[in-house]
Design a protein around this ligand. Structure first.
Ligand SMILES: *[C@@H]1O[C@H](CO)[C@@H](O)[C@H](O)[C@H]1NC(C)=O
Ligand SMILES: *[C@@H]1O[C@H](CO)[C@@H](O)[C@H](O)[C@H]1NC(C)=O
Ligand SMILES: *[C@@H]1O[C@H](CO)[C@@H](O)[C@H](O)[C@H]1NC(C)=O
Ligand SMILES: [Zn+2]
Length: 485
């Protein structure tokens, strides 16, 4: 019997020891980060989303995530890419501006101002390339810029006046990323950007049927992304993260409320300003002329019950929107539903974002699926600064200094955030194997003991004439033979 056991142990150890592949993150799988601009955390509640539901069953879904303040596109994207709060990475607005010349560039043209993006924080593409990986980006904010003399290896920047909402074009982009980039060119990491449901949310409001249609389009696209990955044989080594930059809330319209119009506030005058960034949804920034900061501040403070007025250095610390030299000396933001107008209520959007990141309507959704992620796991909310360390971990690269932590996202991973190549982990997992091996030996010894004991009892019972058991002797023998092999 002992001989049989030894033979068993020789045969079985490989299967008895735990599958170590699953206990640590190899860093070898590819990663696709997909953004659907303005997809609020709860947009799947009033629309059928079979593909997003399937992705949640097969992967991880967060209740919601918290974007950094200011909750607008370029700044929040650069936080995803760098893991830094906005005051630390310097992409403080969608708009680039020069307060001396009063020149200003809108979202699209700002993409080409290298020094605006390259302000000391390296986006994950460049870090990954420096550590030997191949990366690509399609239409993602920040794609066009050069960072510390390097650009993204494979990139596509949309033309001016691009239609960000065309579903056919979306599918062509998915085909390109999956087939040409991830499969044929064997890229390791790709970021992919889509402009809806943001457009529908702004134009028609988050409670409109148009927004719900845009969510259905997103859902079909998520299905298409996963189908296409499968078709090209990528699914088993591709992690996919799908999230957004910010949410959306309904704007109160004239008549309903007293709108915020700065010229209506007594004591406030444009003559006191050197530069202003106004009529941009719920947030604004002002640079008063030399010596007039207090005058402007005092005039605006308390000027409207739904307008918050801060000197830059007094901004609530939790917003992390204070330290950077590009942030102007006076920062304004409005309560949910209000926008800040300069001269007249000229803003026509029915939906807006850019509010305090504590406002639930500003929170994006978050989903992830792939070989490194748990399946059918619902997790609590976390800040989007933590997506960067998660992505670095998945790609097996060393992160730059950042404001996030893998500790806030590691529970989404099968490995619980243990990399395969760390010395500590190797020691740990081999210790684990030794333990499992010993447990197996103990188990077999116990089994052997039970078998031997019961065989002896059976023999004793056979000798004992008072034994109740009158079963067929040959059958009993056969049984005991079977259990002891
Ligand atoms: C703004 O323009 C002035 C004058 O041309 C220039 O000296 C300054 O460096 C510019 N600032 C920025 C942030 O581009
Ligand atoms: C970031 O931008 C600010 C202001 O535009 C500038 O003063 C600073 O030198 C820049 N820092 C880096 C590292 O590029
Ligand atoms: C949408 O994109 C497709 C493919 O790029 C193009 O052929 C089509 O004309 C576009 N549709 C509209 C309405 O612009
Ligand atoms: Zn956006």
């Amino acid at each position: 019997m002992l001989l049989a056991l030894s033979v068993l142990l020789l045969i079985f150890p490989p299967t008895l020891s735990a599958p170590t592949r699953d206990l640590c993150t190899t860093g070898k799988n590819k990663l696709l980060l997909t953004i659907f601009d303005g997809f609020r955390w709860d947009y799947d509640r009033d629309v059928d989303t079979p593909n997003l539901d399937k992705m949640a069953e097969e992967g991880v879904k967060a209740a919601y995530v918290t974007p950094p303040y200011l909750t607008i596109t370029s700044p929040t994207h650069f936080t995803l890419l760098s893991g830094r709060y906005i005051e630390n990475h310097g992409v403080i607005h969608n708009v680039w501006f020069n307060t001396t010349t009063r020149q200003r560039k809108e979202y699209y043209m700002t993409q080409f101002v290298d020094e605006y993006w390259d302000n000391g924080s390296l986006p994950i593409w460049i870090t990954a390339q420096r550590q030997g990986l191949k990366t690509g980006s399609l239409h993602f904010p920040g794609t066009a810029a050069t960072y510390q003399k390097e650009t993204i290896q494979v990139r596509e920047v949309e033309p001016k006046a691009y239609d960000y909402t065309n579903e056919t074009a979306w599918r062509e982009n998915v085909d390109k990323v999956m087939k040409e980039w991830l499969k044929d060119q064997d890229l390791d990491f790709v970021t992919l950007y889509f402009g809806d449901p943001d457009e529908a949310g702004h134009k028609h409001g988050p409670d409109s049927s148009e927004r719900r249609e845009a969510v259905k389009k997103v859902d079909r696209t998520v299905g298409y992304i996963r189908e296409t990955a499968e078709k090209h044989g990528l699914s088993d080594h591709l992690n996919i993260i799908v999230t957004a930059d910010h949410g959306m809330t309904t704007v109160f319209k004239g008549g309903q409320v007293k709108e915020i119009v700065l010229t209506d506030i007594p004591g406030f005058s444009y003559k006191d300003l050197q530069f202003h960034l106004l009529d941009y949804g719920p947030s604004a920034m002002l640079l008063p002329k030399e010596g007039l900061l207090d005058k402007v501040y005092q005039a605006l403070k308390g000027g409207h019950p739904n307008l918050h007025v801060y000197k830059k250095e007094d901004m609530p610390a939790r917003l992390h929107y204070s330290k950077h030299p590009r942030i102007l000396p006076i920062v304004l933001f409005a309560d949910p539903g209000y926008v800040i107008n300069g001269f007249y209520p000229i803003q026509t959007n029915k939906g807006e974002h850019g509010y305090d990141n504590e406002v639930m309507d500003m929170k994006p959704f978050f989903r992830a699926v792939g070989p490194d992620f748990h399946s059918n796991l619902l997790v609590g909310p976390f800040e989007t600064v933590n997506v960067y360390p998660l992505m670095c971990h998945l790609l097996g690269i060393k992160p730059e200094i950042n404001d996030g932590s893998l500790d806030n996202t590691r529970h989404m991973l099968i490995s619980n955030g243990e990399p395969c190549d760390s010395g500590a982990d190797v020691a740990e997992s081999s210790l684990q194997n030794v333990f499992i091996g010993l447990a197996a030996v103990a188990g077999f010894l116990l089994l052997a003991f039970v078998v031997v004991t019961s065989y002896n009892m059976y023999k004793r019972r056979k000798i004992n004439p008072k034994a109740k058991d009158t079963g067929d002797e040959d059958e009993m023998k056969a049984d005991s033979k079977q259990t002891s092999f």
